[in-house]
Design a protein around this ligand. Structure first.
Ligand code: ATP
Length: 439
């Protein structure tokens, strides 16, 4: 059988719209630049991703979760360095007014947009934080920011978590939440957007142990991406080497080979004591840790951070799962081959026709199965069309109730990948799915 993987992002964009994964934000008003809404299928996929990350990161003895506010004290962003330094170099094309990140294009080449030569302005720093005002009076004292990363919500809660949870080093704090960056050149579907969700974990460690912590977390995070069903040969490490952010003494990215090329999906950063040190300085609070295991030595803990974009990981899952079988032929079919755990819908129940006796079997079956699984009930259209829809949203199993079911108390179970069909007794269905899906 011939098979084609995703080559053109537009094919994925259309599938996502057609099947209810991702819609353009405010679409009926013409859309809002680089903002996207997750539809009914997308939101299930996103929940699966977040659940999987949350389980992997917090169902362990050494990590607690939190959920901090998006709006934080403005001093937080002074201490973190974002007010002064969270900027990208921006150039404008003097001819067509298009804007680019100076570090992402060749400034000696013609403008990528209008092809004019020597038309760029000098690069200038552009701060990526969104500003808003708090309270009824709009003056300079009321400026607050939409957080550009979730990490700071963790740092400012270090002491709260450490004391309430009676934590000793090493321990971590995990959080999932929205971040906002006024990106100069967003795009490539949901790869770079201005509002996105991050899944971050800060692991607090004893200074001097950052190398071993890095090795440990590199291994754990790599395995997580593979366990999510991503093709391992499409993952690679990027070592930042000596090109490091001001807070880091080492940094590695997990990159994925998107149709637009290799790019970052997760960053693993050794952040030293920069953040806690700065918050201690700016807040005047004592953020020292008293190490009872080391003669009550006092020090600011070091931090090993794992930061993955939820939306970017979802984009990788969608790109990876997309395949066209028998392209251009009569039997062409598009499949999202998610692992069952990630599939938005686990089981589709379909009476062959919208007829009372068939529905009398199918509905109770649906009700039984949906106590455990997210299911879909579909009676509309030909069975072939219904299978095609389920293939395109990645449903691992379809169950058809036909007239024979009324005689033999059995149903047909169709496997998404092999398309093989099996007759299974109604009373055995739950066990069958448990074995096949693995949960
Ligand atoms: P980039 O170099 O792509 O701008 P970054 O190195 O600034 O990203 P981090 O601050 O380390 O990214 O953020 C951690 C993760 O958050 C990234 O690996 C990415 O998955 C996600 N992320 C960052 N910016 C965006 C964005 N604008 N849209 C979607 N996801 C993002």
């Amino acid at each position: 059988m011939k098979m084609k993987k995703l080559e053109d992002m537009q094919d994925l964009v259309s599938l996502c719209k057609r099947r209810g994964f991702i819609f353009q934000s405010s679409e009926i008003y013409g859309g809002l630049g680089s903002c996207w809404d997750y539809g009914p299928m997308g939101v299930e996929l996103k929940r699966n991703v977040k659940d999987s990350w949350w389980k992997a990161m917090t169902f362990r003895e050494d990590i607690d979760g939190i959920d901090a506010a998006i709006l934080m004290h403005p001093q937080v962003w002074k201490a973190s360095g974002h007010v002064d330094g969270f900027s990208d170099p921006l150039v404008d094309c003097k001819e067509c007014k298009a804007r680019f990140r100076a570090d992402k294009i060749d400034l000696s080449a013609p403008c990528p947009s209008c092809k004019s030569k020597d038309s760029f302005t000098e690069p200038r720093d552009f701060n990526l934080m969104f500003e808003t005002t708090m309270g009824p009076v709009k003056d300079s004292g009321s400026t607050v920011y939409l957080r550009p990363e979730t990490a700071q919500g963790i740092f400012v809660n270090f002491l709260n978590v450490q004391t309430t949870m009676r934590r000793k080093l090493p321990f971590g704090i995990a959080q999932i939440g929205k971040s906002f960056r006024n990106e100069i050149t967003p795009g490539n579907f949901t790869f770079r957007t201005r509002e996105f969700e991050q899944m971050e974990m800060q692991y607090f460690i004893k200074p001097g142990t950052q190398k071993e912590a890095m090795e440990k977390w590199k291994e754990i995070r790599w395995k997580w991406h593979v366990d999510q069903g991503l093709t391992e040969s499409k993952l690679r490490w990027h070592d930042h080497g000596t090109e490091l952010a001001h807070y880091a003494d080492a940094a590695f990215d997990i990159e994925y080979e998107f149709p637009i090329g290799w790019d970052e999906m997760e960053g693993i950063h050794s952040r030293t004591d920069f953040d806690l040190g700065r918050h201690a300085e700016f807040s005047g609070k004592n953020l020292n840790y008293v190490d009872q295991a080391d003669g009550n030595k006092k020090y600011i803990p070091y931090v090993l951070e794992t930061a993955v974009g939820c939306d970017r990981h979802i984009l990788a899952l969608l790109c990876d799962a997309y395949r066209v079988e028998n392209p251009g032929e009569k039997e062409e079919r598009v499949v999202l081959g998610f692992i069952p755990k990630m599939a938005p819908i686990k089981v589709a129940v379909m009476p062959l026709m919208k007829k009372e006796p068939l529905e009398a079997v199918a509905r109770p079956l649906l009700e039984k199965l949906q106590t455990r699984y997210k299911c879909e009930y579909d009676v509309a259209g030909s069975i072939g069309k219904r299978y095609r829809r389920q293939d395109e949203i990645g449903t691992p199993y379809c169950i058809t109730v036909d007239y024979d079911s009324l005689e033999d108390n059995s149903v047909t179970v169709r496997d998404r990948d092999s398309m093989a069909q099996e007759r299974i007794k109604l009373e055995d269905i739950e066990n069958y799915l448990l074995t096949k899906l693995g949960f």
